[in-house]
Design a protein around this ligand. Structure first.
Ligand code: NYM
Length: 211
């Protein structure tokens, strides 16, 4: 007899450089889904509210210094801290729209001298693998027209360029490239189609893990 399985939620990650508009879009689609009775939750990494998140916040605000390796592992620990709740929510049918994930961890850390991509990816193994990754990109001209960076660590254009290169190195053919040089509404239409499609096709597939 076939088990009467409950559809699970989709796990959808929005990635990209700072200022690409992904946070706005992630919040907007979550609002839309919930309004249409599709249970969904916005999640963002780093999650600055947890115990590791407070250390990360101090680090990003340059209140404390950490070695590059230690900083990297704390960002990863921040995801592992959330993993049990995330997996549970997904399996219970909540769609997770996640603003940054392991790929930001790798792309930002590996933009530093002496940090390589495979070392950076190692602590991510075993975390839930997203059903879709949307990579928000802006060309240099479009980026320069947006409001300036803040004064957190990493918010400088030379560093962001390296981060963008890393995203392109680590992406595979399942990632969806999003040209973020659009107004909020038009970008929202693009995002909505991809998200609805992902929810549909992920419902009865088991949630995978990074290997
Ligand atoms: N960041 C984010 C990392 O360096 N490693 C990570 O694992 C993650 C998730 O934190 N500049 C960086 C990217 C951002 C910064 O993120 C804070 P946000 O989305 O601006 O709060």
């Amino acid at each position: 007899i076939m088990a009467n399985k409950i559809p699970r939620g989709a796990f959808i990650v929005f990635e990209g450089c700072d200022r690409s508009g992904k946070t706005t879009q992630a919040k907007k689609i979550v609002e839309y889904l919930n309004e249409h009775n599709v249970p969904s939750q916005f999640v963002n990494f780093p999650d600055r509210t947890t115990s590791t998140g407070q250390v990360i916040n101090d680090y990003l605000r340059k209140k404390i210094e950490l070695s590059d390796q230690a900083a990297h592992l704390i960002f990863s620990a921040n995801r592992w801290e959330r993993e049990p709740t995330l997996t549970k929510l997904i399996n219970q049918g909540t769609n997770i729209i996640c603003d940054r994930y392991s790929f930001s961890g790798v792309a930002f850390s590996a933009a530093k001298e002496g940090m390589d991509i495979s070392w950076c990816f190692a602590p991510e193994k075993g975390l839930p693998k997203p059903d879709a990754v949307l990579l928000f990109s802006l060309n240099e001209e479009a980026l320069s027209k947006r409001e300036g960076f803040g004064d957190e660590r990493y918010e400088v254009s030379d560093f962001q360029k390296k981060v963008a290169e890393n995203f392109n190195k680590i992406k595979d053919n399942t990632w969806i490239d999003i040209d973020a040089d659009k107004d909020i509404e038009s970008l929202g239409v693009v995002v909505k189609d991809i998200v609805m499609d992902t929810i549909q096709r992920s419902q009865y597939k088991p949630l995978e893990k990074f290997v």
